[in-house]
Write a protein that binds this ligand. Structure first.
Ligand SMILES: Cc1ncc(COP(=O)(O)O)c(C=O)c1O
Length: 388
């Protein structure tokens, strides 16, 4: 669509009475979806484990570059259909990452101002991407205050706080409607093992795992859902403790997760442990090693949370092999590594953050190519969790 025609539509939309504007805005989002292709499913044959196939659904190929493209679309439709977003509403989100980039994309599509509230530590690449889509970055000193600051800013300027952590599980249609689960299972239909044994994802808001877990149950599938958790996050401990609502004991998490996009200092409202069949705690050094391994394997860069996904998947492959199980395991490429050039793909930065993972990378190569060793991460299966 030419910029001029787009501006014409935006021009036209601006003067429309609100209901007509909302109608046009929803149509714009549907049209954008219609113009976009589904994300690819990459097959990864494991030389040492031919009886188990690994698949990576590549969410980095979305127009706004990550799995958050789906959530941003759902949050805009949810806000429009609830009457919370009108033709002059400023959109505000508490996010230093992928969600802000994707929401800035949709805000531009609708001609709305967008403000991302984020900590000063946000990567230059992500700030540039948000600004590329016409968004503005609003920095706060204390990372744990970004949500409160977003709500306050929305109050002050009469904007709408999208609040991904609260609404991620509500805004996404988990029954189908082209959600990530429906597309994932459809893309496996012609594969030898079209019903994967495991689907493996990380959790930031918890929205992706909630959508997958609900879809699997709603459609009566036997596939199990495994959620991986990085260092400095409470999800794994709370899942194992079986107390889903437990807040992190003050002082236990002196640091928030380093693996951008996943891991949280508190259990978020969209994280639904009841539909998770297992969780795996993945040390950050292994996530980084897996991220670097995938650069060798795929010939392009992925983000660190994809590394966390790969380790969890290989841990399950290892356990399946030990039980002589066959089948397939599916996980996600969440975003591209191009967003982490100054951080995770920088040797000095990795060394400075104690994330130089040469040993783990060697071990990973050996595991994938010759089946020796395994990541050996702590796994907690549903039936092991002490459900209160
Ligand atoms: C790069 C990346 N990976 C994974 C996730 C986890 O997704 P969710 O928020 O749906 O749990 C996020 C979330 O922000 C992310 O940005």
């Amino acid at each position: 669509m030419s910029a001029h025609r787009h501006m014409n539509i935006l021009g036209t939309m601006e003067n429309l009475p609100n209901r007509a504007w909302v109608k046009m805005a929803i149509r714009e989002i549907h049209a954008d979806f219609q113009r976009s292709a589904e994300t690819h499913m990459v097959r990864m044959r494991l030389p040492a484990t031919p009886q188990i196939c690994l698949y990576l659904k590549d969410e980095s190929t979305h127009p706004s570059g990550s799995l958050k493209h789906r959530l941003a679309r759902s949050l805009f439709l949810y806000g429009l259909c609830n009457g919370w977003i009108r033709n002059e509403t400023t959109i505000i989100e508490a996010s230093s990452g992928s969600t802000a980039v994707s929401e800035a994309y949709f805000a531009r599509l609708l001609g709305l101002p967008f403000i991302a509230v984020m900590p000063h530590s946000t990567s230059q690449e992500k700030i540039k991407l948000i600004e590329f889509y016409g968004g503005r970055c609003h920095f706060v000193d204390n990372p744990s205050q970004i949500r409160a600051a977003s709500a306050e800013l929305a109050q002050q300027i009469g904007g709408h706080f999208m609040d991904q952590f609260t609404f991620a599980e509500r805004a996404t249609d988990w029954r189908g409607n082209n959600n990530i689960a429906e597309s994932l299972f459809r893309q496996l239909e012609l594969e030898p093992d079209c019903n994967p044994v495991w689907v493996v994802v990380g959790a930031g808001t918890g929205g992706t795992s909630a959508t997958l877990g609900r879809f699997i149950r709603y459609h009566g599938r036997d596939t199990k859902l495994c959620v991986v958790d990085p260092d400095h996050s409470v999800f794994f401990d709370c899942y194992r403790a079986g107390k889903p609502g437990a807040k992190a004991t003050p002082g236990t998490l002196a640091q928030s997760s380093r693996i951008e996009g996943i891991g949280r200092p508190v259990v978020e409202p969209s994280f639904i442990p009841e539909i998770i069949d297992a969780m795996i705690q993945v040390p950050d050094r292994w996530s980084v090693a897996a991220m670097l391994f995938l650069e060798e394997w795929l010939g392009r860069r992925v983000g660190p949370s994809t590394g966390t996904n790969l380790i969890g998947s290989l841990e399950l492959v290892h356990q399946m092999r030990q039980r002589s199980e066959t089948g397939s395991v599916v996980t996600l490429i969440c975003d591209s590594g191009d967003r982490y050039g100054h951080t995770f793909y920088n040797d000095e930065w990795r060394r400075a953050h104690g994330l130089n993972s040469k040993t783990e990378l060697d071990q990973l190569r050996q595991f994938v190519h010759s089946g020796i060793g395994s990541p050996g991460c702590e796994t907690c299966q549903r039936d092991q969790a002490i459900m209160s």
